[in-house]
Design a protein around this ligand. Structure first.
Ligand code: G6P
Length: 371
């Protein structure tokens, strides 16, 4: 059993380490002759050109990956993208037709709510593309096309490597749409793909600083609450960081959009409260960076203990970070592939410090096949 876990105590810890490989493998074969290739048998450029709206449906961590898809797809394609929990989508009356592309994201490919969302979309004649980690699962079988995340079986109940692979797959969908619609030039698409191919190396660099994250986690192992703040793509990362901590450490954790701080969450800040802040790259939009910086100031002035994830060399955050976790530089859209990783490690370490089984958190199932 120890060998199966690659020398780790838990599958989840091994799966966290496998993330660079999962991202790299998910990209394999999807760029040929200067073009992004999604599912060549079943989804052609012509169909992608006809798309006028995108819906992303998913549950749990897959939903957070979906939230990130919106930033990339809208930015690259100028198509409207709606992201929705599968369980909400199907009981509304979503407006879909044959020019709608529904992207259903599911690691297992068996999640009941996501499957029902796929069926509903198909009844409305929408085209359905599954992003799935399990060959031949029900969701890809019932979808029009499939893009497999190739990160190998995920055993830990809380998703880690599948999440990074899903984000990667979403980028491929966004680039394929941009290419088909001509909203990006072929050389721009090629450049984005090359940038994506260089991400696994950076994910591996983040993993090298795991010890530092674990040391921080042990200091916070017995606090009652942890908050997570992020803006733009850092917001879904904050949600995912909070979800990981709930799932694994049974701790009260909440992720907030940093811009909402003044609309409520700031009332929660009190002396000693740990707050994670996901800083955007200082090389990205300056306004995003300066807004987050002022958020950290505000919460630190009210006694929060700040744990800041920031790009290496971003010295502006140092005075406001009680704990600083540095990640390599990356374009804004790709940063979540890096900033999520310390949050996974943090949650796993807190859970272990509390004596919990991180592979099998209480009350949770790997795949929720009943509604
Ligand atoms: C469960 C798992 C989560 C997962 C979610 C969606 O809640 O514990 O880790 O994100 O299901 O699963 P799916 O297989 O559809 O991605």
């Amino acid at each position: 059993a120890a060998a199966e876990k690659g020398g780790h105590d838990y599958f989840m810890l091994k799966e966290i380490q496998e993330q660079p490989q999962g991202v790299a493998d998910t990209l394999i074969g999807h760029f040929a002759h200067g073009k992004i290739v999604l599912d060549e048998q079943r989804l052609h450029d012509q169909e992608l050109r006809e798309v006028d709206k995108v819906f992303v449906v998913a549950c749990g961590s897959s939903y957070h990956a979906g939230l990130l898809a919106k930033y990339a797809i809208e930015h690259w394609t100028r198509l409207p993208v709606e992201v929705e929990l599968a369980s909400e989508f199907r009981y509304r009356d979503p407006v879909l037709d044959r020019s709608t592309l529904v992207v259903a994201i599911s690691q297992s490919g068996e999640t009941a709510d996501t499957l029902e969302a796929v069926r509903h979309a198909k009844e409305q004649k929408a085209r359905v593309l599954a992003i799935c980690n399990t060959n031949g699962a029900q969701i890809p079988r019932e979808s029009d096309a499939v893009l497999y995340t190739r990160t190998g079986p995920e055993i830990g109940v809380a998703s880690t490597k599948a999440f990074l692979a899903q984000i990667t797959a979403n980028f491929l969908v966004g680039l394929a749409l941009a290419q088909a619609r001509g909203t990006k030039y072929p050389d721009e698409v090629a450049r984005e793909f090359a940038e994506l191919e260089s991400m696994p190396k950076r994910v591996a660099q983040v993993l090298e600083s795991a010890d530092r994250v674990r040391e921080i986690a042990r200091q916070f192992a017995h606090v009652p609450t942890v908050l997570f703040l992020g803006r733009h793509v850092g917001y879904p990362v904050a949600l995912e960081g909070a979800l990981k901590l709930k799932e694994l450490a049974y701790m009260h954790a909440e992720g907030f959009a940093a811009g909402e701080l003044k609309h409520g969450p700031i009332a929660l800040i009190e002396d000693g409260l740990p707050v994670f802040v996901v800083m955007p790259s200082p090389k990205g939009r300056a306004v995003l960076h300066s807004k987050l910086l002022s958020n950290i100031r505000e919460i630190q002035a009210r006694g929060a203990r700040t744990i800041v994830i920031a790009e290496e060399g971003d010295d502006t955050v140092r005075p406001f970070a009680d704990h600083l976790i540095e990640i390599p530089s990356a374009p804004t859209l790709y940063q979540p592939l890096l900033s999520t990783v310390p949050l996974q490690i943090f949650a796993a370490e807190v859970a272990q410090a509390r004596g919990y089984d991180v592979d099998k958190p209480r009350n949770l199932a790997k795949s929720v096949t009943v509604e």
